[in-house]
Ligand binder design. Structure first.
Ligand SMILES: Nc1ncnc2c1ncn2[C@@H]1O[C@H](COP(=O)(O)OP(=O)(O)OP(=O)(O)O)[C@@H](O)[C@H]1O
Ligand SMILES: [Mg+2]
Length: 326
């Protein structure tokens, strides 16, 4: 659910009546938006909603376009504080799958390893401006966007190593990325943030900027232990920094249906996380692990491989949950 803030303007010493009357929006809005929001406010009033000086009107994401309200892209952080579980691989391949499906997609690489950047074919050494410049030097995020055939990217590289110290001194240090991405949110359907494996200020920025978290879980021993720790982290983030943070899904990665271990881990994760587990599991496949050496997602290096098909299915699952507004 999304909320529109309406600021009513006093007329003849009164606020307009809450039902069927005329409501005026902040004059900073364009007139067509103003008209659309007037009708939103009227509909809300007629449906029995109370309107006062400042009212936050709840509106379904899919109905925003009816009222001419800019549709914001969904920001999804790829997060698991465990390393090497498939965050970057999932980020890169989902980006490509969404782009192929006609959804405008941006990857924000927040990992100083810069593997999403190179995985999408960008030479990370010279990539500038990049996430570092956006977070630390205040460069507008749109200036750092690089277009690739697989989707747009805000690249990242070793510049970001050690940025934690600089971030720690900044004002509003956990919300810098959220503020930086605001101007881009209505330009994309999906914004993916590739997080580093550690829970540090960079990751807190990503979790603060995100609407939801997609959690890749590698089908291996101790996966469940890492997952309960991670859910604890998310609860802490919701309590303190981002109360609206949702779980987009848990994706089982590097699944090998021939081994008992993979099946046991998958069953245990499903028992623990229930409907949050995505129906599509990503199979372990050499094609998937080779693709980054070509600077391309596996969806392009081997379109019909099991890994490519799985990532396309996963993208469909996520798109079905987040339908394109009419
Ligand atoms: N489905 C898969 N099949 C085979 N190998 C895979 C698969 N998914 C990921 N890998 C390989 O596993 C390794 C870790 O994947 P990846 O870099 O995506 O994980 P990560 O969670 O982003 O790691 P980090 O925590 O270091 O950022 C990589 O070498 C990648 O190529
Ligand atoms: Mg990674």
């Amino acid at each position: 659910m999304f909320h529109v803030k309406l600021v009513l303007i006093r007329r003849n010493g009164r606020y307009p009546p809450p039902k069927g009357g005329e409501y005026l929006q902040d004059s900073s809005e364009t007139s067509s938006q103003n008209r659309a929001q007037l009708s939103l406010c009227r509909d809300f009033g007629e449906a029995g909603g109370k309107v006062s000086r400042e009212t936050y009107i709840p509106i379904e994401k899919s109905r925003r376009s009816v009222y001419n309200i800019p549709v914001m892209g969904k920001v999804i952080a790829l997060f698991n504080q465990k390393g090497g579980v498939g965050k970057t691989t999932t980020c890169v391949n989902l980006c490509c799958a969404f782009t192929e499906a006609g959804r405008r997609t941006l990857v924000v690489d927040c990992d100083p390893q810069g593997q999403s950047t190179s995985g999408l074919g960008i030479a990370r050494q010279n990539a500038a401006p990049n996430t570092y410049h956006v977070l630390i030097e205040g460069v507008p995020a749109e200036k750092a966007v690089v277009s690739t055939p697989y989707g747009d990217v805000i690249p990242c590289n070793r510049d970001l190593f050690g940025s934690g110290i600089q971030l720690a001194e900044a004002e509003g240090r956990e919300t810098i990325l959220r503020e930086a991405l605001k101007p881009l949110r209505d330009k994309y359907d999906f914004i993916h943030i590739d997080c580093p494996a550690l829970l540090e200020l960079l990751t807190l920025n990503a979790l603060c900027a995100a609407d939801s978290v997609l959690i890749p879980v590698q089908c291996e021993y101790l996966a469940l232990e890492g997952l309960s720790e991670l859910m604890g982290t998310l609860r802490m983030i919701r309590r303190t920094l981002n109360p609206d943070l949702e779980v987009e899904g848990v994706v089982l990665t590097m699944y090998d249906g021939r081994t008992n271990l993979s099946m046991q881990v998958a069953n245990a994760v499903k028992k623990h996380m229930k409907q949050a587990v995505c129906k599509t599991a990503i199979p372990r496949s050499v094609r998937v692990s080779e693709a980054p050496s070509h600077g391309m997602p596996v969806l392009r290096t081997d379109r019909s491989s099991r890994g490519a098909i799985a990532y396309r299915l996963l993208a469909e699952e996520i798109m079905a949950k987040n339908p394109k507004p009419k």
